[in-house]
Design a binder for this molecule. Structure first.
Ligand SMILES: NC(=O)c1ccc[n+]([C@@H]2O[C@H](COP(=O)([O-])OP(=O)(O)OC[C@H]3O[C@@H](n4cnc5c(N)ncnc54)[C@H](OP(=O)(O)O)[C@@H]3O)[C@@H](O)[C@H]2O)c1
Length: 404
């Protein structure tokens, strides 16, 4: 298979320290919404018009691993009108996928002074979306009803008074909730519009389309922050447990291309080993056949993105670090929850624009906006490869497609 990443590219270590995190964004108030959340279609104008092309596909034959330069302006967004109501996925009780309802009359969120209003073109799902919907974080969640969604790519259609760096018309991407579990936004990205603090966004890399950009923020921020917290640096080795998921597929690339890892090993099931290698893994371990604990190698950092923290600590070098994203933690492992910041995305933009780090979109997607429940059901199988993306988020586009 064609190598996905150039082995001749010079690796540059980013290494600038991230700014200290600031205060948690308050959740939007209940008055943001117009209850009841019916699925009755209103005649709300949807100003999004698309000159469409599918996201870039398939360098690897089976996975959508892509950063190939695209033609400019593949999607045209009419930003002249912002309606008062919008379509959005909403739940007003915790539960399984069936609590999700597509409503046509959710109030478009208002914009605080430090926020911009983004016309959403694409969004991506993360496990935190369904764990939150299942009620696992009720103690720190914002109030119901909830429009889910952290990851967004879209176009700025309105700016708050204190916004300095972004303007109407800018194409942006980001993770809209600064703290994933602590008061995440009530009005998320699975909607036609979402309000986001300027500091959580970055300009969309020019060579990525909206679906690719939406696939990145939460997962790549998690990988980057975890590597920083682990003190990862050029010349160190890393084992990624779950290299094929949303976080792992980006983490492999960031560790290698951005931090300059000397060796990256990663686990996945048999059919995904080829993908791991294409992303830059030096060693792809088939967890269905081999137990990584039994292999002779030890690593400077073990990054657990599946919940194997107790086993992970057995293969770390003395003095090394074990990063755990989910499940039990044993010493010397530590767990953290990602903090969203546009600064990280801006730092990574050159790597994304050049294709050194590529978006990995699950080939079952992108899922159109009306198939979000299907997209969630798929993500919840724990078998997704790369990111599950929702695109396009535009009724006009969907109707256009149906008419064809
Ligand atoms: N703490 C934080 O801030 C933070 C941030 C992001 C994510 N997370 C958590 O981290 C976890 C991973 O997130 P994600 O978005 O990467 O999930 P994901 O995309 O849903 O992960 C799916 C992948 O898991 C792999 N997998 C399943 N069982 C495995 C095993 N035993 N060993 C290795 N791989 C296995 C699957 O590969 P196969 O089909 O080959 O099995 C599949 O490709 C989730 O629990 C998420 O909630 C935490």
């Amino acid at each position: 298979m064609e190598a996905l990443l150039s082995s001749t590219t010079t690796t540059t270590s980013l290494r600038p320290p991230l700014p200290p995190s600031s205060t948690t964004n308050p959740p939007l108030s209940l008055s943001t919404f117009t209850p009841p959340f019916t699925t009755t279609t209103t005649k709300t104008p949807y100003p999004l018009t698309h000159k469409t092309s599918k996201p870039n596909k398939n360098i690897c034959s089976r996975y959508r691993v892509s950063a190939t330069p695209k033609s400019a302006a593949e999607t045209t967004v009419d930003i002249s009108t912002v309606p008062s109501e919008m379509k959005a996925w909403v739940y007003d009780e915790y539960g399984g996928v069936d609590v999700l309802k597509l409503s046509s009359n959710v109030t478009v969120p208002s914009v605080n002074d430090d926020q911009v209003l983004v016309k959403v073109v694409a969004a991506a799902l993360n496990p935190v979306d369904f764990k939150r919907r299942l009620g696992k974080f009720q103690a720190t969640d914002s109030a119901l009803p909830t429009v889910p969604g952290y990851d967004v790519a879209g176009v700025v259609v309105k700016v708050g008074k204190q916004v300095k760096g972004l303007k109407v018309g800018d194409e942006v991407y980001g993770n809209i909730s600064e703290k994933a579990l602590d008061g995440p936004k009530q009005s998320g990205s699975l909607a036609e519009y979402t309000a986001v603090e300027e500091k959580l966004l970055a300009l969309k890399p020019k060579n990525l389309d909206f679906a690719q950009a939406a696939s990145l923020p939460l997962a790549i921020e998690t990988g980057y922050e975890g590597l920083e917290r682990a003190g990862f640096s050029e010349g160190k080795s890393i084992l990624v447990l779950n290299g094929a998921g949303g976080v792992g597929s980006l983490l492999i690339q960031v560790a290698k291309q951005v931090f300059g890892a000397s060796k990256v090993a990663a686990t996945a099931s048999t059919s995904k080993l080829e993908l791991l290698k294409s992303l830059g893994a030096d060693l792809a371990i088939d967890y269905t056949k081999e137990d990584f604990e039994q292999l002779p190698d030890k690593y400077d950092v073990v990054f657990d993105a599946i919940g194997q923290g107790e086993k992970a600590v057995k293969v770390v070098k003395e003095g090394g670090s074990v990063v755990v994203l989910t499940g039990a933690v044993s010493p010397p492992g530590f767990r953290f929850v990602v903090t969203s910041t546009g600064t990280t995305l801006t730092k990574l933009n050159p790597y994304l624009d050049s294709g050194k780090v590529k978006a990995v979109i699950d080939p079952n997607g992108p899922f159109p906006f009306d198939r979000v429940k299907e997209a969630f059901s798929y993500l919840e199988t724990n078998r997704a490869t790369g990111k599950v993306v929702v695109y396009p988020i535009s009724e006009e586009y969907i109707l256009e497609k149906m008419a064809q």
